[in-house]
Design a protein around this ligand. Structure first.
Ligand SMILES: Cc1ncc(COP(=O)(O)O)c(C=O)c1O
Length: 476
């Protein structure tokens, strides 16, 4: 066989030779050549042999002695940053698997099991053979249940054709961003933000516009700051209440002020991420942005089952909004993943059947989260130089540790920022936390209190001990 890959000296063309031979005579019976351009590719070289029977006693053998593969990636991939929360969680998990007793407080995942009636509904779905594709938008049963929930708990009216069920709220959000943003549009994101919002905007070729908020104002967006940043390119404002990473909850009055600003910009839509809605600490209350006067038409409400119902692995979330936008998102989903898991949808119906705001099963979890929040706020509040805004919802504490920047520890070096502080706390204290710069605020670090009180007590002890070893760097 003389299969060949021929390249000119400038590597512009490669030739593949395709031979057919009689397997018993060994005689060549034909030769075909295909030429293709290589141009200025990033190349990987390896040898590939493909044998393919074409008749009972003959084979076609394709030998590419030095196949050159273009390994360049789309500019879209290069414009997106990987999720730091996922990276740190993976790193901490790898350390635990290697035997290092790391306390993991980086993940945004409840430490509770999915409540039994929900899990049972999932099992029943499998037993009863409810294992086929569902309609792209979700079953009528779950969409109707979502409509009932939104009406009863949030005061917003939708019909099932205004609901799109997806594989997690993450998918609901990215589809919404892709459906409404044109290249160059601005997506307005108050910081600190959930890590995925700016990257989703970039994936849609839109431009994230970050509006800083301050710990002294409980990380809530000032409507005047919002108004000063809006332009005719502003297409989508993303609000998240209760917030990941700060736990802030927008009071109704403030949302009304924001709505008044939004109403002045006809192109501006609002994506209201309400996934932590039920994890809220009284007297704080949740207001759905779409329930405010004049906002229904321009609001895309996102919610899901992962957090309140401890269903992260089931992958179930949804979007509610005017039919025009929801159908556009459905079109993307239909070519992307199709409908969510049939089993998860049955479990979702059971979750919504647990009662108002998830009933007893959810309130037990919220009570535990509240105890943990109180413990952490008290424990870190005792540290000098640390600033805290008491979270009113979700299960994160976003603490300002910037007074430790500029300190150093023997064998580690200088703490420059949130990233090096988290690395230090992982090295010295063996506690995994997420640096605030991942959320657009480098002065803070995020502690997830989706862990038992005993675990949190051990973590606080380790963090405090590690912080005590830091001393102010002496200027040279
Ligand atoms: C603010 C926020 N929105 C949306 C999601 C996505 O949730 P899921 O895709 O699990 O439903 C998360 C998950 O961490 C989140 O924190």
């Amino acid at each position: 066989m003389a299969d060949s890959l021929q390249t000119s000296s400038s590597t512009t063309t490669a030739r593949l030779s395709l031979r057919s031979k009689s397997s018993d005579s060994g005689l060549d019976s034909g030769l075909r050549s295909i030429s293709f351009p290589l141009k200025s590719l990033k190349l990987l070289t390896r040898q590939v042999v493909i044998k393919q029977p074409i008749k009972s006693r003959r084979t076609t053998e394709l030998v590419v002695k030095a196949m050159e593969v273009d390994i360049s990636l789309s500019p879209r991939v290069n414009s997106v940053k990987p999720s730091k929360t996922v990276a740190i969680t993976d790193q901490a998990t790898a350390l635990v698997q290697a035997g290092v007793p790391v306390i993991r407080l980086a993940a945004g995942e409840p430490d509770f099991d999915t409540p039994a009636p929900i899990a049972e509904a999932g099992k029943n779905a499998i037993r009863e053979g409810y294992t086929r594709y569902t309609p792209n938008a979700g079953t009528l049963e779950i969409r109707q249940a979502i409509c009932n929930k939104l009406k009863e708990e949030n005061g917003i009216s939708y019909t099932p054709d205004q609901i799109l069920v997806s594989n997690g709220a993450k998918q609901s959000i990215v589809q919404a961003v892709m459906a409404v943003c044109s290249p160059g549009d601005e997506v307005i994101i108050p910081a600190p933000f959930w890590v995925s919002y700016p990257e989703m905007a970039r994936l849609a070729d839109a431009k994230p516009v970050i509006l800083p908020t301050h710990i002294s104002e409980n990380f809530l967006l000032d409507p005047k700051v919002l108004e000063s940043k809006l332009t005719e390119k502003s297409r989508l404002l993303i609000l998240c209440s209760p917030s990941n990473p700060t736990g802030s909850v927008y009071p109704k009055r403030l949302l009304e002020e924001i709505a008044q600003v939004v109403a002045k910009y006809p192109r501006l839509l609002v994506l209201s991420d309400e996934i932590y809605e039920h994890i809220i600490y009284a007297p704080a209350t949740h207001t759905s942005f779409a329930s405010l006067p004049g906002m229904w038409e321009r609001t895309l409400t996102v919610n899901g089952f992962s957090k309140a119902f401890a269903m992260t692995g089931w992958r179930l979330g949804y979007l509610a909004g005017p039919k025009h936008f929801v159908s556009a998102c459905g079109k993307i989903q239909s070519q992307f993943t199709s409908g969510a898991s049939s089993i998860a949808q049955k479990a979702g119906v059971a979750a919504l059947g647990l009662g108002y705001a998830g009933g007893e099963a959810v309130s037990i979890m919220v009570k535990a989260f509240r105890e943990r929040r109180d413990f952490l706020v008290k424990s870190f509040g005792e540290l000098e130089g640390v600033k805290i805004s008491e979270p009113k919802g979700a299960f994160y504490l976003f603490i300002d540790f910037s007074s430790y920047y500029g300190t150093e520890a023997d064998g580690f070096g200088k703490i420059e920022n949130s990233e090096s502080l988290c690395r230090y706390l992982l090295d010295e204290g063996q506690v995994a936390l997420v640096p605030g710069d991942a959320f657009g605020d480098d002065s803070c670090i995020r502690i997830s209190y989706a862990a038992s009180l005993t675990t949190l007590q051990a973590a606080v002890e380790r963090i405090k001990k590690a912080l005590l070893l830091l001393r102010r760097a002496v200027p040279v």
